[in-house]
Design a protein around this ligand. Structure first.
Ligand SMILES: Nc1ncnc2c1ncn2[C@@H]1O[C@H](COP(=O)(O)OP(=O)(O)OP(=O)(O)O)[C@@H](O)[C@H]1O
Ligand SMILES: [Mg+2]
Length: 482
């Protein structure tokens, strides 16, 4: 694997020896002899890895590390030093150096450290690096995402209202989870409620719970989402779809800090952080009278604007690699992107945003025979399936479904180059077929489960269980959700 390495050391002998060793290992090497020339080379060459000495003529190389990482998130810094004391090592770790090598070091050791740094570079960067548990895989280091990270960092320690805005598939839910996971409410639950998925007459009971006998069918007391999210975060997704009455109720709860269950009269203290999200333009809804202005201001204390993927060009390849790596974790074969493929990805305008990219990468991980993904392959996939919401089954014009499946499986087996695919193939394949089948049936039945069950020839409970297992919205196909 090639890469650009910047070596900063005021000792010319070190620069020469280290530079030679790295070039022999296939890297492009640039050198600097001071903090100033290092800064210049960093911004001009954007190296993949920085190797720096501690004692530089114009600065302490170690002290610079935090600001360098802040300026170039994800940049692995390997510190080499003749001051090989414990405190230098400790300081190197504290400052966020990727590796610390006391001089004199073994050149092979240095090359190994560089190779390791290059390997990790393709992985999650950004918040994941700030988060020691690696819990939040928010990938991206574009200026647009840096702005998002800064805002997240600002809201994490407090309970201010956060409103996450962005097109579909830009990562709103992931950001909501990050706000929760990185803050003091981490030990509490993260509860997500999708306002668009709950029938309007059930929203109150869903949010605030109900007492036994509160309405027909309320056989027992049920805690609502506010209660379930106590000491944690309540994520109100698709808030733009919240019906008016529910908005009024929510506003009152936010103002008073307490709520009562449906059919109950004892006020319960609300102890949740509210994070809301929408892909709608709320000021327009306010203007049109379908969203309460006072609620809008209450939710929108701190807005987090997630840019569409087409505005994060430099993140696209990083994200693509991240999703390929994820596919490997799920047992799919490892794939790489060649240069043309990366260019093609960057050129695409990604109407489905990160989700579209994720689906494409998963599809390629399954379908591609070769271990390298080419520009042509990506081009074919992008042409073939403008609709990213439908999981891939290649259909061969004029062929029967059975032939398409047969061809797909042949491709799939071939992609393992003689080895066997991971166990559990039967269920994976059936699930791939079941999902579009159920969705198509639900759409044909306009979201009516009884009708869809009859159409499919399965029992209604079976259908409901399948929808649940496959995580298909039970309202799928209903005219309003179309
Ligand atoms: N920066 C990112 N790094 C890694 N994965 C991401 C990133 N952004 C989004 N994803 C992934 O892309 C997919 C879509 O993200 P998410 O569900 O958060 O989008 P959304 O904005 O809530 O979409 P929608 O409006 O359709 O609900 C998820 O699988 C998520 O994990
Ligand atoms: Mg979402």
């Amino acid at each position: 694997m090639s890469g650009k390495i910047l070596v900063t050391d005021d000792d010319e002998a070190i620069r020469t020896v280290v530079g030679e060793a790295l070039r022999r290992a296939g890297y492009a090497v640039e050198t600097a002899d001071s903090a100033a020339s290092q800064a210049e080379a960093l911004s001009r060459r954007r190296p993949d890895v920085l190797i720096t000495d501690v004692v530089l003529p114009d600065a302490d190389g170690l002290d610079l590390v935090p600001s360098l990482i802040a300026a170039y998130p994800g940049l692995p810094v390997i510190v080499i030093s003749a001051q090989n004391t414990l405190s230098t090592a400790v300081r190197a770790t504290e400052k966020g150096a990727f590796e610390y090598l006391p001089k004199p070091f073994d050149l092979d050791e240095l090359c190994n450290a560089v190779a390791e740094a290059m390997r990790q570079k393709g992985g999650p960067v950004g918040l994941a690096q700030a988060d020691d548990d690696g819990g939040i895989p928010l990938v991206g280091r574009s200026p647009a995402m840096q702005e998002v990270y800064r805002t997240i960092a600002r809201v994490v320690p407090n309970d201010l209202g956060v409103l996450i805005l962005g097109e579909s598939g830009t990562g709103k839910e992931l950001v909501a989870r990050a706000v929760h996971e990185l803050g003091p409410r981490k030990a509490g639950p993260f509860i997500a409620v999708n306002m668009a998925a709950i029938p309007r007459e059930l929203i109150e009971a869903e949010l605030f719970g109900h007492e036994r006998g509160a309405f027909t069918g309320a056989a027992a007391r049920v805690a609502g989402r506010f209660e379930q999210a106590a000491r944690g975060t309540l994520f109100l997704d698709e808030i733009g779809d919240m019906p008016m009455e529910a908005q009024t109720r929510l506003l009152r709860v936010l103002q008073s800090g307490e709520f009562t269950t449906v059919g109950g009269n004892r006020p319960i203290k609300a102890n949740v952080r509210i994070v809301a999200a929408t892909n709608k333009h709320l000021p327009e809804l306010v203007e049109a009278g379908s969203f309460r202005e006072d609620l809008y201001y209450r939710l929108n204390v701190i807005p987090i604007d997630l840019p569409p993927l087409r505005k994060r060009g430099e993140d696209i390849v990083l994200l693509a690699r991240h999703f390929l790596a994820k596919a490997v974790e799920e047992g799919l074969p490892a794939k790489q992107l060649d240069a043309g493929a990366s260019r093609r990805l960057v050129a695409h305008d990604w109407p489905g945003n990160v989700r579209e990219l994720e689906n494409l990468m998963r599809r390629l991980a399954v379908l591609t025979r070769d271990s390298t993904i080419s520009e042509e392959l990506i081009d074919a996939q992008l042409r073939q399936s403008p609709d990213v919401s439908v999981p891939a089954i290649r259909t061969y014009a004029d062929d029967s479904l059975s032939l398409a499946v047969q061809q797909h499986l042949a491709d799939y087996f071939a992609s393992f180059g003689g080895a066997l695919p991971p166990d559990g193939l039967y269920h994976r394949v059936l699930e791939t077929i079941e999902r579009p089948l159920l969705k198509a049936a639900m759409e044909a039945a306009r979201g009516n489960q009884i009708r869809a069950a009859r159409l499919l020839g399965v029992n209604r409970n079976t259908l409901r269980k399948k929808l649940q297992d496959l995580d298909i919205n039970p309202g799928h196909g209903r005219p309003s959700s179309a």
